[in-house]
Ligand binder design. Sequence first.
Ligand code: HEC
Length: 126
Amino acid sequence: MRTVLSVGSALLVLLAGNKAMANEQAKLAAKGKALFVVCQACHTTTDRASIKIGPSLQGIVGRDAGSLTTFSYSTALSEAAFSWDEASLDKWLQSPATLVPGNIMSFAGLSDEGQRKAIIAYLKTL
Ligand code: HEC
């Protein structure tokens, strides 16, 4: 009985922990959405086929770099052989030119790690 109880309370603690983490992620994503206004000038988020100056960012997390057929990427990005995850997005947002020299995204980069984290949390929701 005691084991059942302690397993039960361990589960409760775990569930509460998960909920707190989910809340943190949601807060971070909301902050990222607000920061995303600077990206919005060049990127759509709804329809993968719709492009502005840059490609749509819908479903970007997990996508291969430079892989949409609807967008004319630079040679540098279309030949890049990696996919977008938290680590590569963080490097890209810090300094696109360092991660993929010769890319054509006119964006100097964000030095604030917290801002990059928030934008990536938002990108995960797209
Ligand atoms: C001035 C326009 C501009 C702004 C501002 C801009 N981007 Fe881009 N972005 C581009 C272009 C153009 C490309 C394609 C680059 C290439 O082909 O070399 C691109 C590519 C990307 C890619 C790779 C897409 C893929 O399909 O591989 C990501 C991710 C990205 N941008 C994220 C962002 C985020 C997040 C922001 C805001 C912090 C941002 N961009 C701001 C123009 C912009």
